[in-house]
Write a protein that binds this ligand. Structure first.
Ligand code: SF4
Ligand code: SF4
Ligand code: SF4
Length: 599
């Protein structure tokens, strides 16, 4: 196992089986929990995943078990898994803490059906238990049945009593649907019953709201009446009623800090791109986004046995970015003073429900307003900038015409701080480099809009253009650029390079780079004869070159068009060989470019 200098940290959930011993009516996994999977490789698959991640410098900071129902596997296999995780935390706990992550105990999400049979093993490994029940308990009887539709309530109530005495970290959560909403008084009574009568501390209780998933509809032929999701107003009413009831009681802190935690920035649902940190592994090696995501091939990132770890990691954020870019967004979000806390909520729920913003938007706003110290609203100027960056990553098609420039962060290697060695100084001393990086050599007219092509290496501005099927695209080329670094301009050519924001790994450095789609060369005499001359520039129609390759431009994925000449390109690579300071500061393509997406 390598100890790399800059390891990354991920949240790794493991579903040792997809099978579940229960058959809840609103289960978003639908029929996915019906089949028993082979259990031969349950421990070795987790071990392979952890070993392979660590070998790539990626440390799981959280190892949790999920399902299906993780406790439906044989006890001895479950014990081996818990032991594996326990030992893992012992070995890597310091690294996790040093990186600023909390060191959690081994954690399992369970429906509590088998809790009594496994409590001794859970005690042994001090497992943190998150149990799912239904409140009010009479709806547990109705919805959280076994596979044959029989009640599990008596068994679960007895296991809740056992859980109350369990010495390690524990909590329960429940899912709220329409029918729960209409039984709110009973819901409140049962919170009190579990807290005061059963003695299970409800401070850490978590409330989740159901949503209408494709799989659930498939399984139950359009959904079960009563399990439909709440409207946004109902969610707020639900929250306010709980507030009225528990404010001033010993459960007030729980209500404010934990009960609705899933809808706060502490959860994955508020990530700009959850695909860069959250992974769910199944025992056959399939990797999905998360428990929700495992019900949909769209949220599949690859297979541990067939794909490399870098490819799986890469697929994670690319998949989410691509889904995000495909989903429409509500314009209200781009002026919402809470966008950085929310980022439109869970992408899976939006994909399934076809909503254009978080399904708990109104409730979230109530939560933010109730804790302004933690969630102060952002001002309009900040939100404008943030929204532009957010759109750039997740909602490219939400850019309006002319809303094309945004600031990006620029990274400069720290050890090159000395002014003499700075890239700008190196360029200032070299006239050919000045030409390579010049912002006045190339421009582009797309329909009625003019763009200046600039190098991304020196500037933190990016032009983002929209091209559509019938766009006319003219490249403007300064006429003397083909004479730069060229004793025989006739042997020099213009070079167009097109890349796409789907990443690939290559080269000795194994860097993730944008994928090259195609290059196009046109020699100087040919360029002159194909172009019209306007002032100092050739105007060269590249519409057909782009159209010819339009199948390669994916919906919602950005592309880059770089422009330079053969001789300037050669000079850049020669300079890299001669000058290490230049090389390290100009490792990405330095040529003027424009970023575009194709609709
Ligand atoms: S316990 Fe969980 S996984 Fe099992 S059927 Fe119910 S909701 Fe689905
Ligand atoms: S799809 Fe939703 S639930 Fe799954 S990791 Fe992303 S934000 Fe979280
Ligand atoms: S709180 Fe609502 S309006 Fe604001 S960003 Fe989130 S989903 Fe959009």
């Amino acid at each position: 196992m390598n100890d790399l200098a800059s390891p990354r940290f991920i949240h790794l959930l493991y579903a040792p089986t997809n099978f579940c011993n229960m058959g809840c009516k609103y289960c978003y996994l639908g029929t996915g929990t019906d089949e028993k999977s082979t259990l031969k490789q349950v421990v070795s698959t987790l071990d392979k995943a952890v070993t392979d991640f660590l070998a790539e410098g990626i440390t799981p900071f959280n190892l949790s078990f999920h399902g299906g129902e993780a406790t439906s596997i044989p006890k001895e296999i479950l014990e081996s898994l818990l032991d594996y995780s326990y030992q893992y935390y012992r070995e890597y706990g310091d690294r996790i803490k040093d990186a600023g992550y909390p060191l959690n105990p081994v954690h399992i999400k369970t429906n509590l059906f088998n809790f009594d049979k496994l409590v001794d093993v859970f005690e042994k490994y001090q497992v943190s238990i998150s149990g799912s029940v239904d409140l009010p308990l009479k709806l547990h009887e109705k919805y959280r049945t076994d596979k044959r539709g029989r009640s599990t309530l008596a068994k679960i109530t007895s296991n809740l009593k056992l859980l109350a005495k369990y010495k390690h970290h524990k909590k329960i959560s429940c899912v709220v649907t329409q029918e729960h909403f209409y039984q709110l008084d009973a819901f409140i009574q049962d919170i009190k019953y579990i807290h005061y009568d059963i003695g299970l501390d409800m401070t850490k209780f978590n409330i989740m709201f159901s949503f209408d998933s494709h799989k659930n509809k498939d399984k139950f032929g359009g959904g079960i009446i009563g399990t439909e999701m709440l409207t946004q107003d109902q969610q707020v009413q639900f929250y306010k009623k709980l507030f009225e009831e528990f404010e001033g009681t010993d459960l007030e802190e729980g209500l404010k800090k934990h009960w609705f935690k899933e809808f706060t920035p502490e959860f994955c649902c508020s990530a700009v791109n959850c695909g860069d940190k959250f992974f769910l592994l199944q025992n056959n090696g399939d990797v999905y986004a998360c428990p929700r995501g495992q019900s949909s091939k769209e949220f599949y990132y690859g297979n541990l046995f067939n794909d490399s770890i870098p490819d799986i990691i890469n697929n994670g954020w690319q998949t989410i970015e691509s889904i995000e870019n495909r989903l429409p967004a509500d314009e209200e979000c781009f002026t919402c003073s809470y966008l950085p806390y929310c980022n439109q909520g869970c992408v899976f729920v939006r994909e399934q429900t076809e909503l254009t913003k978080s399904y708990t938007c109104k409730l979230q706003k109530e939560l933010y307003k109730a804790d302004t110290e933690r969630y102060p609203p952002y001002d309009a100027t900040y939100i404008e900038k943030y929204a532009a960056e957010y759109k750039y990553q997740n909602k490219i098609s939400s850019f309006k015409k002319n809303e094309i420039s945004l600031e990006k962060n620029k990274f400069i290697t720290e050890e090159l701080d000395h002014e003499d060695n700075s890239l700008s100084n190196l360029i200032a001393k070299d006239s050919i480099l000045q030409s390579i990086y010049s912002s006045s050599n190339f421009g582009m007219d797309i329909d009625d809009t003019c763009y200046q092509l600039t190098s991304n290496t020196l500037s933190n501005k990016t032009e983002l253009a929209l091209m559509v099927e019938h766009s006319k695209v003219y490249l403007k080329v300064k006429r003397d650029v083909l004479r730069q670094n060229s004793s025989e301009p006739i042997n020099n050519h213009l070079t167009l390079m097109v890349t796409r924001n789907t990443m690939v790994t290559y080269g000795d450095e194994k860097r993730y780079k944008q994928e090259h789609l195609f290059d196009y060369h046109i020699y100087s005499n040919a360029l002159e004869s194909c172009s019209s001359i306007v002032g100092d520039y050739y105007h060269y129609d590249i519409t057909n070159i782009l159209k010819m390759h339009s199948d390669l431009f994916l919906e919602g994925v950005r592309n880059n068009l770089f422009v330079t000449t053969k001789k300037l390109r050669e000079y850049h690579y020669e300079k890299q060989k001669k000058n290490a300071f230049y090389h390290i500061q100009a490792i990405n393509l330095p040529f003027p470019f424009i970023e575009f997406y194709w609709k």
